[in-house]
Write a new protein. Structure first.
Length: 497
C-alpha cells in the first residue's frame, strides 16, 4: 500500500511544474513554494532580458504531455515560453498549489519521528512560519541566485552616473539607448544583450570575454537545423560514455580517426560560417573536448556585428572601475555608462544545513546524485532539473517521473543505498578522470549523453517501450511524444489515502 504524502516542491519554474504534476498525478498532496511573485523561474518576465529566446527548438523544449502552440516560432521568445508554462500549470491545476512570495530559509529532518523534512518559511510582507512535509523535491535549477562580482572603483563609477547590473536585471531595452554599454561574459545571454544593445540604439557596445568558445548556429551551414546534427544518438555515440565494456572501448578506438575528421569538418564549417577568424574569435580547444551544457548557441547577428565593428570584442575580464571607464585585465580602458555582468549564477542549495550540504556536494564542487536526482544519504528528498541539458523541459519531465516512483518505491529497479553509492562513485570518476568536460556545472549536465541518460531512467521506471524505429532512433533528435508513449507503457498506480 502506498500512502499519500504531503509533498513540497521548491521552485515553480520548468522543473518545479514537472515535479508538481508528477506527484499530484499519483495522488499526493502537493505544495509549491516559490520565492518570486510568479511562476516560470528564468522565464518569469521580471527576470528575462529583452529578446531572450530558447536555445533549443520548441519540439525539444516541451513537456511530454503538452506541445508548444503551432503558432510559436521554431525558437520561442521568453514571453511565449512563460505563457506556455502558465497554461501547463492551469491545465493540471498546479496554479492552485502555488505559494508565491515565499522563501525557504532552512530545512532539516523532522523531529517528530516521522519521515520527511521541516521547512522554515518566510512570506514577503508576512510572518515566518514552519511546515512539515513527508517528501521534498528541490527544483531550484542552476539559474537561481545571480553571481556577484565586486571590484575596486565601483562607487566612483556609480557616482559619475555609471550603472552596474546583472544580466537578469537587464529587462528593458531602454537601458541601452544612447549609452556606452559594456557586457562582461561569453555566454549566450552576454551575446544576446550585446546585440540587443546595438539594436536599441546604444552609442557604443563592447563585450569582454575570457576565452573564445565554439558556438553553434541555429542552422549549421545556413541549411541544417543543429538538432539534426548535434541532438542525435549517432552523434552521441561518438563520445565514449560511462560504464562501457572492453568491446565498446575497442570500437571507439577503431573509429577514432573518423570521429576526429567529423569534428574537424564541423570546426572548418563553423569558422567559415561565423567568420571566426575575421572576428579573431577562433577557439583554441577542439570542439569535441568542450561539448557539454556550456556550449552556447550563436546569437544571430553577433558575429556580423563584431566583424563590422558595431560590437567591439575584447578578450580578458574586468580589473577595476574608474569614473566613466572600465579597465580590463589587459590594461585597456573602455568608456562605459552601463556595465552588464552576464556572469551566470551561483549553484547551490543554501537552505540545506552545512552537514547535509556536505553529504550532497564534494569538496571539489561535484554533486553526489544518483541519476542526478537522488542522494542515498538524504532520504525523502530529490532534485528535479539538476540533470541540465539543452532539452531542459524534457529532462525535467523525465526526472520528475523517475522521482515520484523512487519516492513511492515503485521503480521497476528500485536501487539499494549501496547501488546508489557505487554508481555515484563510478560517475564521479568518469567526470573527473575519463571525461573532465562532463564535470562542468558541478557535473550536473547530461549533454551530450541525452539518450543514454533517458535510457537509464526508462529502464529504472520499467517501461515496456523504450525505442522508436531504428532509423529514427539513430538519426532523429529526442521526441517528447515518443517519450510520452514510453512513460505510458510503464506500470500505472495511484496512492492510497
Amino acid at each position: 500500500m502506498i500512502i499519500r504524502k504531503n509533498v513540497c516542491v521548491i521552485g515553480a519554474g520548468v522543473s518545479g511544474l514537472a515535479a508538481a504534476k508528477a506527484f499530484s498525478k499519483r495522488g499526493h498532496n502537493v505544495t509549491i513554494i516559490e520565492r518570486s511573485g510568479d511562476l516560470g523561474g528564468v522565464w518569469e518576465p521580471a527576470r528575462s532580458y529583452p529578446d531572450v529566446q530558447t536555445q533549443s527548438p520548441k519540439e525539444l523544449y516541451r513537456y511530454t504531455d503538452k506541445a508548444m502552440p503551432e503558432s510559436y516560432p521554431e525558437w520561442p521568445k521568453g514571453p511565449q515560453v512563460h505563457a506556455y508554462l502558465a497554461d501547463y500549470a492551469r491545465d493540471h491545476g498546479l496554479d492552485r498549489m502555488l505559494r508565491l512570495n515565499t522563501t525557504v530559509l532552512a530545512m532539516h529532518r523532522r523531529t517528530d519521528g516521522k519521515p520527511g523534512w521541516t521547512l522554515d518559511l518566510a512570506v514577503k510582507g508576512g510572518e515566518n512560519s514552519r511546515a512539515d512535509f513527508d517528501f521534498v523535491a528541490i527544483c531550484i535549477g542552476q539559474f537561481n541566485e545571480p553571481q556577484t562580482l565586486s571590484l575596486p572603483g565601483e562607487e566612483s563609477f556609480k557616482a559619475a552616473g555609471g550603472q552596474i547590473l546583472h544580466s537578469s536585471h537587464y529587462n528593458d531595452a531602454a537601458l541601452a539607448k544612447g549609452r556606452k554599454v559594456v557586457v562582461l561574459g561569453g555566454s549566450k545571454s552576454a551575446t544576446d544583450i550585446a546585440v540587443n544593445a546595438v539594436k536599441s540604439g546604444a552609442r557604443e557596445v563592447t563585450i569582454i570575454y575570457r576565452e573564445p568558445v565554439w558556438r553553434i548556429p541555429y542552422f549549421i551551414g545556413g541549411l541544417i537545423n543543429f538538432k539534426r546534427i548535434l541532438y542525435i544518438r549517432a552523434q552521441e555515440q561518438m563520445f565514449a560514455s560511462w560504464g562501457i565494456g572492453p568491446l565498446a572501448r575497442l570500437a571507439h578506438a577503431i573509429a577514432k580517426p573518423l570521429v576526429w575528421a567529423n569534428w574537424r569538418g564541423l570546426e572548418t564549417l563553423l569558422k567559415a560560417q561565423l567568420k571566426l577568424e575575421k572576428c579573431k574569435m577562433v577557439p583554441k580547444e577542439p570542439i569535441e573536448v568542450g561539448i557539454n551544457c556550456s556550449v552556447p548557441i550563436a546569437t544571430p547577428d553577433f558575429f556580423p556585428m563584431v566583424a563590422d565593428g558595431r560590437i567591439k570584442a575584447i578578450q580578458g575580464t574586468f580589473d577595476h572601475y574608474e569614473p566613466h571607464t572600465i579597465v580590463t585585465s589587459g590594461g585597456e580602458r573602455v568608456s562605459a555608462d552601463l556595465a552588464v555582468l552576464a556572469i551566470g549564477y551561483k549553484l547551490g542549495v543554501p537552505f540545506l544545513s552545512g552537514a547535509d550540504r556536505a553529504k550532497l556536494v564534494d569538496a571539489d564542487g561535484q554533486y553526489r546524485l544518483y541519476r542526478l536526482i537522488a542522494n542515498p544519504d538524504l532520504p525523502d528528498l530529490g532534485f528535479v532539473g539538476f540533470n541540465s541539458s539543452f532539452c531542459t523541459v524534457l529532462c525535467a519531465d523525465m526526472a520528475a517521473n523517475w522521482l515520484v516512483r523512487y519516492a513511492d518505491r515503485q521503480l521497476a529497479h528500485q536501487p539499494s543505498e549501496r547501488e546508489m553509492r557505487d554508481n555515484i562513485e563510478m560517475m564521479l570518476h568518469f567526470k573527473r578522470v575519463e571525461r573532465p568536460a562532463a564535470g562542468v556545472y558541478s557535473g550536473l549536465c547530461v549533454a551530450p549523453y541525452h539518450f543514454k541518460h533517458f535510457d537509464e531512467l526508462l529502464a529504472d521506471i520499467g517501461t515496456a517501450k523504450r525505442h522508436r524505429n531504428p532509423l529514427a532512433e539513430m538519426f532523429a533528435p529526442p521526441n517528447a511524444d515518443a517519450y510520452a508513449a514510453y512513460l505510458a507503457s510503464a506500470p500505472d498506480y495511484r496512492v492510497n489515502a
